[in-house]
Design a binder for this molecule. Sequence first.
Ligand code: SF4
Length: 432
Amino acid sequence: MEYVKNVVCPFCGTLCDDIICKVEDNEIVGTINACRIGHSKFVHAEGAVRYTKPLIRKNGEFVEVSYDEAIDKAAKILAESKRPLMYGWSCTECEAQAVGMELAEEAGAVIDNTASVCHGPSVLALQDVGYPICTFGEVKNRADVVVYWGCNPMHAHPRHMSRNVFARGFFRERGRSDRTLIVVDPRKTDTAKLADIHLQLDFDRDYELVDAMRTYLLGNEILYDEVAGVPREQIEEAVEALKKAQFGILFFGMGITHSRGKHRNIDTAIMLVQDLNDYAKWTLIPMRGHYNVTGFNQVCTWESGYPFCVDFSGGEPRYNPGETGANDLLQNKEADAMMVIASDPGAHFPQRALERMAEIPVIAIEPHRTPTTELADIIIPPAIVGMEAEGTAYRMEGVPIRMKKVVDSDLLSDREILERLLEKVKEYRASK
Ligand code: SF4
């Protein structure tokens, strides 16, 4: 048994880089340090379908084909489509994402990642009002007040709290005992059970609660005895705790990006953090989901000037979330072909989007059997980044970390598949 150290976990935005993989006969058979979700990604589950050959649907049945045939057919679909959509990207590495940008430009496609169903509202908000963030190291070493608003890291980012809250830091030698933990969530989650203060607000009323907090912070009276189901005294007490911080951090998640108000919830939360800096040092970090969702928005911004929902149909990049997002294009029945990479919209998009996916050609660059591959016409399986292929990923607060290749695979990487696809699309377009 070989122990491979300092491996980076290819699952959530916490991007833990202290994983040890146990390797036997070129197979990862166990892990040390990974949480239960990270471990289950590294270790093959008995019975799970892992594709080893590309597949094309012929007469309703999947038939095994070569990479050349599958890529040729996929390129033809992209080159002939009038409104292709290229979606996913958050579970692959930055170099593959960069080839994807080139491919989108060549195909005149719309390119979009999972941000549009996740922290896209946070992107819209920060474009309006700003982005006062810091890195994990600053949280660990300095933060004495930690807020989790609308997120449940105990379930979704399982080692986030042990790395940022329980950890002993340079100025926080006693770890958890040196920090006040505040959780804002309508439910008594496993994260909320660990909090010093749990603001158990009414669902969908976060905007009003932040507004009341800012009202009180700016020296005005809160007009109601309770706001969003939280008594005035408790709101005032929470704001006093925020004001007394030496270094405060607000982590926030889907509880406010998906609920009523969406990006407006985030922009008022950002302004609360900015206002707090008149009294104390405050920063925020969005709890980005997939391990490299942040990387796509970085690459897409460097390459096109915009972070997601980028439309290359007119040659120049154009950006208009609400019109050029994956769900907009599917639900408005605009997209006439879809390429999915490193994502599973078949499982995670709403019914109306799936209805469109069932009507148009779908290409899935995907290693496992998923609801998306059930809807696909072409399945191209890649080597898995962080296990069988290397590349760069960005942690939730923008720290880049190199993903490792732990074992060998006969399969092409996402990057190699996309490079071949790009060449073929160029050939088809040149011959038009
Ligand atoms: S917390 Fe996230 S990155 Fe860390 S081991 Fe678990 S799934 Fe992987």
